[in-house]
Design a protein around this ligand. Structure first.
Ligand code: PLP
Length: 360
């Protein structure tokens, strides 16, 4: 098989050992004679897979006992509506922080259900930074404060958890969850589409403090009700069983790597080396404020953008795939989630140096 490194922002690369394990178990899971894909979600085999995945996730993130962990569908995008439908709890307004493309989508959807107080925005800086937390105009009557700790498209990542007092903090962690240790107790709710740093597309993980669920907006569909999912062990209907199983294998893999401390160490090193390569020459540029450069998604531009197409073709020929930046930003973007090996980042850095030598 050709060795390639896939820098896609999502669906994204998965650990090779996880894929090999899934292949070994594909036709006959643990002597059951069945593929996980063929199992009843309520049978004892799948129940054990589901419970182990939740236990491993709880252990990795040290999730307190008074939080539900839900394995849902509909992507992070469904959470843009599920959050207001469930967390407004009789209030009329919520605070939102606008740091880029994903924040904007969350805000647009929330406006269908409540009055959005835009407490801070970095739009003036073209979303290359995080608005200083001290200047946020938070509304004490807000039902919650929503923010996007890592903007997958802009490559902007918070370096600390904002303090919101008694108002529950809600985070779209789709592209940063499991990249480092996290104090879950600081949050009311955390959600993440799986296809960046957890597993395959089709699964969405929600971690929510028990006391926040139970009161939904009138007309909320059952499938959008956290309480019903919690009461039914995320099996209100048929869950995405195979994606759940693969997520479980990824959680085990992270544990084998040494957990989130070890992930953080490797991720910081990978990102640090890549930014260093970008900063080393005027041939490459990073548009993002130094302090808020993402560990997970690294956008960069060529000083001469007429070379973009050639950069991408040659990178592809070298086995470095999906480096094209998001259509709204242009340039390049290297997504280097947990599963991107250090060798992949080294190969990219070597290629960048070589490309500069031949074209610079
Ligand atoms: C990818 C992404 C989304 C959208 O996820 P879907 O699962 O496609 O709905 C939302 N927020 C962030 C931060 C993302 O990275």
């Amino acid at each position: 098989m050709t060795v390639v490194y896939n820098f896609s922002a999502g669906p994204a690369t998965l650990p090779g050992t996880v894929l090999n394990r899934a292949r070994e178990e594909l036709l006959d899971w643990h002597g059951s004679g069945m593929s996980v894909m063929e199992m009843s979600h309520r049978g004892k085999e799948f129940m054990s897979i589901a419970q182990q995945a939740e236990a491993d996730l709880r252990e990795l993130l040290v999730i307190p006992a008074d939080y539900h962990v839900l394995f849902l569908q509909g992507g992070a995008t469904s959470q843009f509506s599920m959050v207001p439908m469930n967390l407004l709890r009789g209030r009329q307004q919520a605070d939102y922080i606008n740091t880029g493309a994903w924040s904007k989508k969350a805000i647009a959807e929330a406006r269908r259900y409540c009055s959005v107080n835009l407490a801070a925005s970095s739009e003036d800086s073209n979303f290359t930074t995080v608005p200083p937390v001290d200047n946020w105009q938070l509304d004490p009557a807000a039902a919650y404060v929503h923010y996007t700790p890592n903007e997958t498209i802009g490559g902007v990542e918070f370096d600390a958890i904002p303090e919101t007092g008694a108002v529950p903090l809600v985070a779209d962690m789709s592209s940063t969850i499991l990249s480092r240790p996290l104090d879950v107790s600081r949050y009311g709710l955390i959600y993440a589409g799986a296809q960046k740093n957890i597993g395959p597309a089709g699964l969405t993980v929600v971690i929510v403090r028990n006391e926040l669920v139970g009161e939904v907006l009138d007309g909320t569909p059952s499938m959008f009700n956290y309480q019903l999912h919690a009461e039914n062990g995320s099996m209100l209907n048929t869950p995405p069983t195979f994606a759940w199983y693969l997520a479980g294998l990824v959680f085990q893999w992270i544990r084998e790597q040494g957990g989130l401390e070890a992930m953080a160490e490797v991720n910081q090193r990978k990102a640090g080396r890549l930014y260093e390569a970008i900063d080393r020459s005027d041939f490459y540029n990073s548009p993002v404020d130094l302090r808020y450069r993402s560990w997970m998604n690294v956008p960069f531009t060529l000083a001469d953008d007429s070379l973009d197409a050639e950069f991408l073709i040659q990178a592809g020929n070298t086995g470095l795939l999906n480096l094209k930046g998001h259509r709204s930003v242009g340039g390049m973007r290297a997504s280097i989630y947990n599963a991107m090996p250090e060798a992949g980042v080294s190969a990219l850095i070597d290629f960048m140096a070589e490309f500069e030598r031949s074209r610079g």
